[in-house]
Design a binder for this molecule. Sequence first.
Ligand code: CP3
Length: 363
Amino acid sequence: MTNTSFPALQNDLILRAARGEKTERAPVWVMRQAGRYLPEFREVSAEHDFFSICRTPELATKVTLQPIDRYDGLLDASIIFSDILVIPQALGMDVQMIPGKGPHFPEPLVQPSDMSRLREKVDVHEELQYVFDAITMTRHALEGRVPLIGFVGSPWTLMAYMIEGGGSKTLSKAKSWLFMYPAESQQLLQRITDVCVDFLVGQVHAGAQLLQVFDSWGGELGPADFEKFSRPYLQQIATRVKARLGPEAAVPIIIFAKGSWYALDSLSESGYDVVSVDWTFDPALAKAITQGRVTLQGNLDPNVLLGGDKAIVAETEKMIRAFGSTGKYIANLGHGILPGVPVDAMGLFLKTVHRVGREVAAE
Ligand code: CP3
């Protein structure tokens, strides 16, 4: 499959906003936009298990395009269908996706000596070529309609999954590692970081035009622990990926550190172009802290899309007006879209972003 001569891009709104340019309206996409709230996704996932979809470029391409086709002209970016847990798999861990329950690691890391079970050197082209192929195929299938986003999980969030073995309310196992084995934890974080860097560089070479790092569990750490165990690795990812790509091939990078409100200032100095914030952030405060150093992304509470048309319009309008007046803004939810959201509620959200975004930009 070739990654040269992709179809010309027709909508570069999100790339311009990510680079800090003022845009004629705020671009919009939605975390987990290809997912279970879409009946066409549920059809595919009834036939194929989750990681088979990820590993089959034709299926990953099909599912990535579903929201782009359904909400024709309303989404300003696509995100490759995959999962953050493909990196633990590349490191040699078994990860299953249990329908209705979520990820499950039959043999999580229990103590530092278990790190010897991890693959010493990960060749991303050997372990994760299927993601690169899916990206290249999707770039062609998009026919330049919107840019394609590639992504990884953050080192801390991936470490937490590898130790917890799945979801967790308290993250006690992963967090007790940080306190009991700080040096070994940092070794593990560094090993994951190295794979993240290679993986993101490979995604850009395969055709990704924007990247996002998901630190979904960043906010489980207090400020001092985030500064010790998460942010330095996030910074390494952004700076090393950009250095490896060089100025010609560099693409904008987004950081989403859910709940890490205390780190908004430091994340604005960590090599990222865009900082994505969840719904607990006050837009005015986020703007005051970041002072235009980065583009902001976010931050509607995903539950608003379950709250009926009136609330969707009112809350979206409030959000766009609060963030959008000076540009440097990408509209999104504050976390992934929930499986129970009606497809028309998502449509109304997108249409409202377009309408209010245009009004605000013209004011
Ligand atoms: O549309 C997109 O955003 C692209 C695809 C995407 C998925 N996962 C597909 C998926 C992306 C970007 C992810 C990232 C991801 N995966 C994160 C970070 C984002 C976040 O929500 O914080 C995390 C923590 C994971 C790990 C993961 N994958 C969990 C915890 C779960 C189960 C919970 C859930 O939402 O179902 C998954 C499964 C998963 N990943 C599904 C999808 C569409 C649901 C699969 C199904 O049940 O059919």
